[in-house]
Design a protein around this ligand. Structure first.
Ligand SMILES: Cc1cc2nc3c(=O)[nH]c(=O)nc-3n(C[C@H](O)[C@H](O)[C@H](O)COP(=O)(O)OP(=O)(O)OC[C@H]3O[C@@H](n4cnc5c(N)ncnc54)[C@H](O)[C@@H]3O)c2cc1C
Length: 409
């Protein structure tokens, strides 16, 4: 027996669900909206957790998706610290951790990602941090001021941003350890990853590539050392682990939704899952991209934001396709910042100068631009998007040649 009924149920209190709620209202929806989220905080933006908020430059209020009163003004009900335990797709029922049952008209599933955990000896010691939530960043920010040496495990966005923020704002001496040889190599290749590694090193971050963690050592229950399989030992007072995330599709799987090859919930271009009336957005959404011509799943802020909008409009019956080219940004303190468009990887063709911190790398595969990364040349991303959408063939030499006008390509 359902205890109550809502028109739109939004599961997960992250950005995708928040922006979906907003667009349900901005799109003219007047039905009841209930957003159920596991975390104690109302929806917020995660990017500042490794940037401005971690550097103590941004306050909590600036990180929130909307001020506290906005939810009430919009007549959107927030249920925080509450999990959806079961989703019955056929009966259109959700069971909550409060034991309440909610009958819904349609539902957004936006359960995001969980961090991957490092299971090695010593991993339970105090002073070992992960980074996903407001609470994680608040705890790290407070502890960083009390210590000097920090070991960061993982050389991707989270690791590189944290290393920069802790060095720049908290004066920590950071050592980064990672499986790959060069930071961000898996995302952008060795040459471009090497640019970001160089920036970190210039600012005093020690980088140890090709290292697999064997165990942590400590005393009095607190971490004091990282030891790698090759025998490298790094003394530290604090460890931060950023070794990737996995989409949280537990609820989706138990509800019988189809899962795609990239591990997300398989959706149409309108972000509707294999069960009509069940939509997804954000990190778990593996959708049929009309722009890129295949199923893709992307874990980016901007993607979660835009998909929340598309899903919200479609929950109002608009039938909109999600035709946005994925966009990503990352900052290393105020040392450098990058922007990236596209879901693909290919061979980088560099236009401009890495040494001058002024370049765009166009990633080319089978003669077509499939992604682009820029430092200092945001306008180039518009060209890159145009080339991606049109699927035009390009001459790599012309892309690299600064004397040729990009617009003419
Ligand atoms: C520290 C950090 C920095 C980042 N920086 C950048 C950046 O610079 N640029 C960029 O493009 N991207 C960045 N990202 C990625 C971006 O923030 C994510 O892709 C985005 O937050 C995904 O949004 P989401 O709503 O899909 O999921 P999430 O933000 O993960 O939200 C999902 C929410 O659902 C809740 N939930 C899960 N299961 C249930 C359940 N059964 N019942 C109730 N609630 C549930 C979770 O607890 C969580 O609160 C960053 C991510 C992190 C963690």
């Amino acid at each position: 027996m359902a205890s109550r009924k809502v028109d739109h149920l939004l599961i997960g209190g992250g950005l995708a669900a928040a922006n979906c709620a907003r667009w349900l209202r901005e799109g003219g929806g007047e039905g009841s909206i209930l957003l159920v989220g596991r975390e104690p905080d109302p929806p917020y933006n995660r990017p500042p957790l490794t940037k401005g908020y971690l550097q103590a430059k941004e306050a909590r209020e600036e990180v929130l998706f909307r001020p506290d009163e906005w939810w009430e003004e919009q007549n959107i009900e927030l249920m925080l610290r509450t999990s959806v335990m079961k989703l019955d797709a056929e009966q259109r029922l959700a069971r909550l951790s409060t034991k309440e049952e909610i009958e819904f008209g349609n539902v957004l599933l936006a359960t995001g990602s969980n961090v991957r955990r490092l299971q090695v000896d010593g991993c339970e010691l105090d002073g070992i941090h992960y980074m996903r939530t407001f609470g994680n960043s608040t705890a790290l920010r407070a502890e960083a001021d009390r210590v000097e040496r920090v070991a960061i495990i993982g050389g991707s966005y989270i690791g590189t941003e944290i290393a920069a923020s802790l060095t720049a704002a908290h004066g920590n001496k950071c050592a980064m350890l990672m499986l790959e040889d060069v930071t961000l190599e898996r995302q952008f290749g060795k040459e471009i990853g090497g640019y970001f590694q160089g920036v970190l090193q210039q600012h005093g971050v020690d980088i140890h590539g090709g290292q697999e963690i064997d165990h942590f050592e400590g005393s009095g229950g607190r971490v004091e050392r990282v030891v790698t399989k090759s025998g490298l030992e790094i003394d530290c007072e604090l460890v931060v682990i950023g070794i990737g995330v996995t989409p949280d599709v537990t609820l989706a799987k138990s509800a019988g939704l189809e899962i795609g090859q990239a591990g997300g919930v398989l959706c149409s271009a309108q972000l509707e899952s294999s069960v009509p009336g069940i939509f997804t957005a954000g990190d778990i959404c593996e959708y049929d991209s009309p722009v890129h011509g295949r199923q893709i799943r992307i874990e980016h802020w901007d993607v979660a934001f835009n998909q929340g909008k598309t899903a919200g409009l479609n929950m109002l019956g608009r039938g909109v396709e999600h035709d946005v080219v994925p966009y990503f940004f990352s900052d290393l303190a105020d040392w450098t910042s990058m922007e990236y468009v596209g879901p693909g990887t290919g061979d980088p063709v560099v236009r401009g100068s890495l040494d001058a911190d002024d370049f765009t790398a166009f990633y080319v595969k089978d003669g077509r631009v499939v992604a682009a990364l820029t430092v200092g040349r945001s306008d180039d991303l518009e060209t890159a998007k145009r080339l991606m959408v049109s699927r035009a063939r390009v001459d790599p030499a012309a892309l690299a040649d600064e004397s040729q006008d990009l617009g003419s390509l």
